[in-house]
Design a binder for this molecule. Sequence first.
Ligand code: HEM
Length: 459
Amino acid sequence: MTTTDASGLPVADLRSIPSARGWPIVGVAPQLLRDPLKLVSAVMREHGELVRLEGLNTYLVADADLVRAIMIDDPQSFSKNPETMKKISPAIGAGLSTLTGAEWSKHRKLANPVFAKRNVSTFMPIFHRSIRETIAEWDASDGQIVDVTAQMKKLTLRIVIRCLFSTDIDAFSHEIMTSLQTLQHYSVYRLWSPLQLPEYVPTPRVRRYKRAKAFMERMVDRIIARRHELGHQGPDDLLSLLMAARDADTGEPLPDEKVRHDIMNMFLAGHETTANAVAFALYLLAGDPAQAERLWREVEPTEDSDLEYEQLLSLSFNSRVFQESLRLYPSSWAMSRVVLQDYRFRGQLLPKGADLLVSQWCLHRNPRYWRDPERFDPDRFLPERLEQVHKFAYIPFGAGGRKCIGVNLAEAEGRMILAMLARRYRFELTSKTSFALVARLFMSAEPGIALRVSRRRPQ
Ligand code: HEM
């Protein structure tokens, strides 16, 4: 009998995986560090959906069947790489998104109820108040050019802080944003730079990183300590839920240090991602007045009231615009995994120990899965059309056990911001609308997206 692999092909027919070579020794590492989106797009175009990236012991994965195997079908063969996570957790926290193995699984069980869907609707008043604050600022500068990326980052930071801590720390928002940027830059350097100095060498980069880390830790520690002082009188927010959560086996709460690591993870995972999704949606609408008009017609009747959760869910075109924005501009442009045991896929061998870069950027724009993939077309998310698309060709929030824990919160928040802004303003491209896509841990527009923002109804 012939032995077959996971895809049913005979093991004997082993084929080699194509390779992107780059420079001697360092391979494509310098290009990955300089412009990852350009590199992965070119590599996929030239070599296909499974490619070895020389110099990094890493494989680019953009094949939806293989993604399903990695994320869902074969969890025993793949996981997040503990070694990779160790490189970045000093900067972004050893919390939910960076833990691995049994420690992660215990932690995730404890945190899941904190983010359960039933809690999302309780955040609506925070969304309304925070978005109205942005609206008040924009009304005052009607018709001006606005950096919508920066504005959305400010707004989502305010929202995540209010959801986590029920407090305002606007006075520190600039320092928080720059610290988070520094921590992200430093993580990418630790991940991919072929020339790394040890952390005890006090280069300007290391000094900036240590300052940012110390600032964030001090701030979060102070908030946790204050919450202990308040005891049961503390507000009902994500921090309280996290501090009140108990391990199912031991009944123990999370130690403060772990809570701090989780909070650091959530700051980073939960603010820039949502901000970018909305900023790109506004940009896409600005470039397509017909779709913007369609959205306006859907949301305009709600203009004079705060949108309730159920109402928000019923705005189907608004939802499709948000989905399409995350397809074209996935904030999480790639996810990293490691191969735990030799794995055969369509007659090719992924060797044990290899790192994988599972790229949403490549999946979401691959013409094999999407007709006219570069086109902004929210209707591709109509149920009857989506049915035709491979389920794992669209994974802005990941998939399987490690799927984004904040997905419900992020979708509700992003869609609410989009609806409340789209019903009030018209967005236009201007000669200043010019940006580059920059991919670090997340993908963003740099400099931010500059759009003209004008009231639809005169004041
Ligand atoms: C549009 C917004 C967002 C996008 C596109 C996004 C995307 C993702 C993706 C793709 C993953 C999986 C990474 C992987 O498997 O390697 C993830 C995980 C995670 N996200 Fe989000 N996210 C968003 C918003 C949020 C928010 C609002 C929060 C929390 C406040 C959050 C917290 C997390 C955490 C803690 C994890 C790690 C989960 C785990 O590994 O168990 N995210 N996110």
